[in-house]
Design a protein around this ligand. Structure first.
Ligand SMILES: [Zn+2]
Length: 359
């Protein structure tokens, strides 16, 4: 397929984005806008108010995982009021719509919100209000995942698991776990996941991003995770890959993220500058019939978007248009939606995909 035709296919193909952090979607321009809001100066330090766009962009350049965590924390620091969350959400919905993302599950760092003593009712309320406004012009179907940060501890994670079901009618469908994987292995959070499951929440967990295959196995076997954020280290364990394929555990793959944080370099035992996207395990996962999606993780921090990730999969990993369509289909199939809500989205997707492939 000619490059221009592939670009059209990817643009017009309805897509689902399942691994996307609201706080990692703040474009430098939005950061500046937030920093310059008058109310920011009274609530926060306002330290970024005098920054130039170039200075903000420089904060988004980092060489490793700890640098990434610092940048994420810095970006989150600009979300100081419910209206700030509303603006961030509205900007994200617009970007998703422009890429023809029909369905998104957006992760909200509820753990960080609680730690910053931001009343979830008001602050998540700001997110919902931003979505409600943006949806009028940019219709994207959204569900929310409340995510806890491992390094804040088990009790803090439990608080997030207790909070999430209270917003079920607002579209919060799942509980997730992120943050420092090596210091805080899955086993610690078993009780939290048991509780979340009993509340009817769907379950995902970041695992096998910076830690080894055992972290993925434990997330599945001990926590009952139905999807895994990243999971790239599973490629080191053929038996685990077989298990993931058999149990249809979806790996939410975010190639550029893994390149930018150093996770891919760590997996391949190389220095950060020596590794390339062609070494991302997405290709091997797909060839071994694992369920995979293509996602952006923190698109602004990683200078990417979903269209770009699909293009890179074609250019750097040798995926054919038909294979990319299959991955897009799996992203709808892996959505945390009940069958009666998933089916119409899938039918629309399949019809459009057939048209685009036969054009
Ligand atoms: Zn993530």
């Amino acid at each position: 397929m000619a490059p221009a035709r592939l670009a059209d296919l990817l643009q017009y193909l309805p897509k689902a984005e399942l691994h996307l952090h609201l706080e990692g979607s703040l474009e430098p321009e939005t950061i500046l806008e937030l920093a310059r809001r008058p109310e920011s100066r009274t609530v926060g330090t306002g330290a970024s108010a005098g920054m130039s766009l170039e200075e903000v962009r420089a904060r988004y350049r980092f060489g490793d995982f700890s640098g990434f965590l610092e940048a994420f924390k810095w970006a989150v620091g600009h979300l100081r009021t419910p209206a700030d969350f509303g603006l961030a959400t509205a900007r994200l919905i617009e970007q998703l719509h422009r890429q023809n993302v029909a369905y998104a599950e957006i992760t909200v760092s509820a753990g960080v919100m609680l730690r910053r003593r931001q009343d979830p009712h008001a602050f998540f309320g700001g997110v919902l209000e931003g979505y409600r406004q943006a949806k009028k012009d940019f219709p994207v179907e959204v569900r929310w995942i409340f995510d806890a940060a491992r390094q804040f501890g088990v009790e803090a994670a439990m608080e997030v698991a207790r909070l999430a079901p209270q917003y079920r009618s607002e579209g919060v469908v799942a509980f997730g776990l992120g943050g420092d994987e090596e210091g805080w292995p899955p086993a610690l959070f078993r009780g939290v996941y048991d509780y979340a499951r009993a509340q009817g929440l769907r379950l995902t967990a970041h695992a096998g991003e910076m830690a080894g295959p055992e972290s993925v196995r434990d997330a599945v076997e001990l926590l009952g995770a139905e999807r895994i954020g990243h999971g790239i280290h599973a490629v080191l364990d053929p038996e685990l890959m077989e298990q993931l394929a058999r149990d249809q555990i979806t790996l939410e793959c975010c190639p550029t993220s893994n390149l930018a944080t150093g996770a891919l370099a760590q997996l391949r035992g190389l220095a950060a500058g020596e590794v390339a996207l062609s070494q991302h395990p997405l290709r091997e996962f797909f060839d071994r019939n694992l369920w995979v999606t293509i996602s952006t993780d923190d698109p602004a921090l990683f200078h990417t978007n979903l269209l770009r990730e699909y293009s890179l999969a074609a250019e750097e990993m040798g995926f054919s248009p038909e294979e990319l369509v299959r991955i897009a289909e799996m992203s709808f199939e892996s959505a945390f939606l009940p069958p009666e809500e998933k089916l119409p989205l899938l039918e629309t997707f399949r019809k459009r995909a057939r048209e685009l492939l036969s054009e």
